[in-house]
Write a protein that binds this ligand. Structure first.
Ligand code: AMP
Ligand code: MG
Length: 339
């Protein structure tokens, strides 16, 4: 039996301020569906209506550019033209370059060329299946970003390769939305793009936004709460999308080194950063890499904080979150601070 679960809103703001704002008519709220995700917006300030419209237009613009299933998108055209240089928008070329660089720094744990594997396992069509070992081996031969070339506004992937922005597009969208909100002089907003949340400023009652980090074991409710301002908060976890076959669970985050759903010691990874693109890529990569390598990466770089949850319910937070993350004593989670 094959079963599919999608956790729609993965990170929820615990604040009731969103509703309070609506009641007071001081915010503009909207919901839209794109990138396989329900996206919600609550924007405050004098330009809130125009800002909301501009943010939603941006969602659809980037969806059209990056969708791997719309044949007119940049990504589909690159995939269809595998082996040849394909002219794309500067934005697509730049996000591919960023992806290649993140592949390098994560030792290949983040890799946009896993798309063919994601597709083969049925995560694009919804026709989930466990591929035969030789199918996986064959696709693995075409996995790896070393063959992806960007020259000016043109991109070439190797014949047989396919790329997808599933692990980074919403992070990039978060950055774009932030910049649009700034251009509309919006300093207070909460935006939820599935597992990607953006909180700007504080709540109307002047207290901090509280972002609930979903319990990866129950996918229902929160295990901890992060107080945040002017921050992108992104969570990746195997519980967010998976199917079951013959009693075994297969999730949507792949280990590019073996072609199977990754099997590190982690069940969820949350990254908080000013750079939403970085946060999105690292949350996926760390989930694949596991806690030891994630801690090493944290020690050797800056610009983000992290919350790792292990299979044994250990919650490992980076030092910068010590005063802003709360773990209520419940459900057997233990807290460790690293870095
Ligand atoms: P996220 O929810 O940001 O962790 O991204 C997961 C999505 O990115 C999956 O649904 C796949 O489409 C794609 N993906 C899966 N594994 C990887 C990986 N190792 N590197 C890059 N993208 C991936
Ligand atoms: Mg990601």
């Amino acid at each position: 039996m094959i079963r599919k679960t999608i956790a729609v809103i993965l990170l929820l703001t615990l604040s009731s301020a969103v509703l309070t704002g609506c009641a007071n008519n001081t915010d503009a709220s909207g919901v839209c569906f794109a990138m396989d995700t329900v996206m919600s917006f609550t924007i405050y300030g004098k330009n809130r209506d125009a800002a909301l419209a501009a943010c939603q237009a941006e969602v659809y613009r980037l969806d059209a550019l990056f969708s791997a299933t719309d044949p007119r998108s940049d990504i589909s055209r690159i995939n269809a033209g595998a082996g040849e240089f394909v002219e794309v928008s500067d934005e697509t070329a730049e996000l591919i370059e960023r992806s290649l660089s993140l592949s390098k720094t994560t030792d290949g744990a983040f890799d946009i060329t896993v798309y063919a594997l994601v597709e083969c396992w049925g995560f694009i069509s919804g026709d989930y299946r466990v591929p035969a070992a030789d199918e996986i081996t064959q696709l693995l031969g075409n996995t790896g970003s070393g063959t992806v070339e960007v020259q000016g506004g043109c991109v070439r992937i190797a014949g047989g390769q396919k790329i997808g922005f599933g692990a980074i597009a919403k992070g990039y969208l978060t950055d774009r939305i932030w910049s649009i909100l700034e251009s509309y002089e919006v300093s207070r907003a909460v935006i939820s793009l599935g597992g990607n949340v953006l909180v700007l400023g504080d709540k109307p009652d002047k207290t901090a936004w509280r972002v609930g980090i979903e319990d990866p074991f129950t996918a229902d409710g929160y295990f901890g709460v992060l107080s945040a301002a002017d921050m992108a908060v992104v969570t990746s976890g195997g519980y967010q999308r998976y199917f079951e076959d013959d009693g075994k669970r297969y999730h949507h985050i792949f280990d590019p080194s073996n072609g199977y759903p990754s099997d590190s010691d982690l069940v969820s990874v949350t990254i908080a950063a000013k750079d939403g693109t970085l946060a999105d890529a690292l949350s996926t990569a760390f989930f694949v890499m596991g806690s030891t390598q994630a801690k090493r990466y944290y020690d050797n770089s800056d610009g983000f904080e992290m919350i790792l949850v292990t299979k044994s319910k250990e919650v490992i937070i980076s030092a910068g979150l010590r005063d802003v993350f709360t773990l209520p004593p419940q459900n057997g989670f233990t807290l460790t601070v690293t870095g």
